[in-house]
Design a protein around this ligand. Structure first.
Ligand code: GP9
Ligand code: MN
Length: 390
């Protein structure tokens, strides 16, 4: 199987199945679940810190947590990693990252070398004419369209990731790029979010059609995840109207849900309600590919496993679980939002802190340089350079 990851910029789960004036905002993504084309995880949370998109990438590639301060991509790119591309390389995979911004953003050009990405198709590979671009780079539709021939040029099996961009704060759209209505919640940013998310949904539909047309769809595992929240707490008044509930600190934690879809050829998808987070995706995907992860130091777990324990640590030491949620050190019952004695959160608080501490030790002390899992061929970053020859 090939692997395609798609980072859904700033997409939060409240938008899935949401209807604005009776119209679905993300009809294509909704249909994937309805038609059993993908597994959808409706209690999946982002766990990013200040590194935003790049923190999410870090978790997807390593199943380790990003840093509590600053960006791990910028501060720890000289480390040794046992990343997804590296693990799959010895199994014959070619890896590639696609992004319609320049390679130095978030220090990706350095970090991708440490991860062992064979190719990095950055903005220099795309037609960056003004109508194709807005704020951070290529709009999703031309980006995915122009990516297709590059993807098709890769030897199979490939491990690839596409980082979408257009659904980025402040979510303004160029005229002609959408005919979807804006929201009417008295907040420009929130209102535009619906149009921008709808545009992303259309771009994804076009991409899936292209994958089907060239025969890749039936031999490719497709993982799509919201990288982090898009609407900050500054917009709580409008979000209260959108969700019909006051956005308390507890509610805000619940709003950190982001969508996760996994399309597995030959398997009927369904909605999975387990509480899970970004660190869990890598072991989940590796197991789907038949890779035994016992020897790797990964802090997430396979969500499909019957032994999976539902606890999602946030980077600041808070957490969510099906029973209790901790926000700013306060403890709440997850089903009612009612505040509880802090004791009810103690044991999960301890596990959360342990996981974060372990991850911090591995990352800040660069401990993987001392660790040699059996059969793993270490990456030499000097073997990788991303200079567009064109
Ligand atoms: C830029 C893109 C957006 O390359 O990753 O960055 P963000 O602000 O979402 O981290
Ligand atoms: Mn982002």
């Amino acid at each position: 199987m090939n692997v395609v990851y798609i980072s859904l910029e700033s997409l939060q789960s409240f938008i899935i199945d949401y209807k604005l004036d009776g119209q679905e905002v993300t009809p294509f993504m909704n249909s994937l679940v309805r038609n059993g084309e993908a597994f959808y995880f409706d209690n999946f949370f982002h766990q990013t810190g200040q590194g935003k998109t790049s923190d999410a990438e870090f978790m997807m590639e390593n199943s380790l947590f990003p840093l509590s301060q600053g960006s791990v991509f910028i501060n720890k790119a000289q480390n040794t990693y046992q990343s997804g591309p590296a693990i799959l390389k010895s199994r014959g995979y070619t890896s590639a990252a696609f992004h319609g911004n320049y390679k130095t953003f978030w220090n990706r050009n350095e970090m991708y070398r440490a991860f062992g990405f064979d190719h990095f198709f950055d903005a220099t590979y795309y037609d960056m004419k003004p109508e194709n671009v807005k704020n951070y780079g290529m709009k999703d539709k031309p980006f995915l369209e122009e990516s297709m021939p590059l993807l098709e040029s890769l030897p199979e099996p490939f491990y690839s990731k596409f980082i979408l961009l257009s659904n980025h704060f402040p979510f303004a759209m160029d005229e002609g790029d959408t005919d979807f209505p804006a929201g009417d919640f008295g907040d420009k940013v929130v209102n535009q979010y619906f149009q921008s998310a709808h545009y992303m949904d259309q771009a994804l539909e076009q991409f899936f059609n292209d994958l089907k047309a060239d025969g890749l769809y039936d031999k490719t595992v497709i993982v799509m995840y919201g990288d982090h929240y898009g609407i900050s707490e500054n917009h709580n008044d409008a979000m209260a109207q959108v969700t019909g509930e006051e956005i308390t600190p507890f509610k805000n934690a619940q709003l950190q849900r982001v969508p996760l879809f996994i399309h597995v050829p030959g398997m009927n998808g369904k909605t999975i309600h387990k509480y899970s987070g970004e660190v869990d995706v890598m072991p989940t995907v590796l197991h789907l590919l038949g890779v035994n992860t016992n020897d790797y130091l990964q802090l997430g777990n396979d969500i499909f496993s019957p032994e999976y324990k539902e606890l999602v640590p946030f980077r600041n030491g808070d957490f969510v679980s099906p029973e209790v949620t901790q926000v700013n050190g306060n403890c709440y019952a997850t089903d009612t939002g009612e505040e509880m004695d802090v004791q009810a959160c103690e044991s999960l608080d301890q596990i959360t802190k342990e996981k974060l501490e372990l991850s911090d030790r591995i990352v800040t002390k660069d401990l993987l340089r001392f660790y040699k899992p059996e059969g793993f061929v270490p990456i030499n970053p000097d073997d990788y350079k991303y200079n567009n020859a064109k």
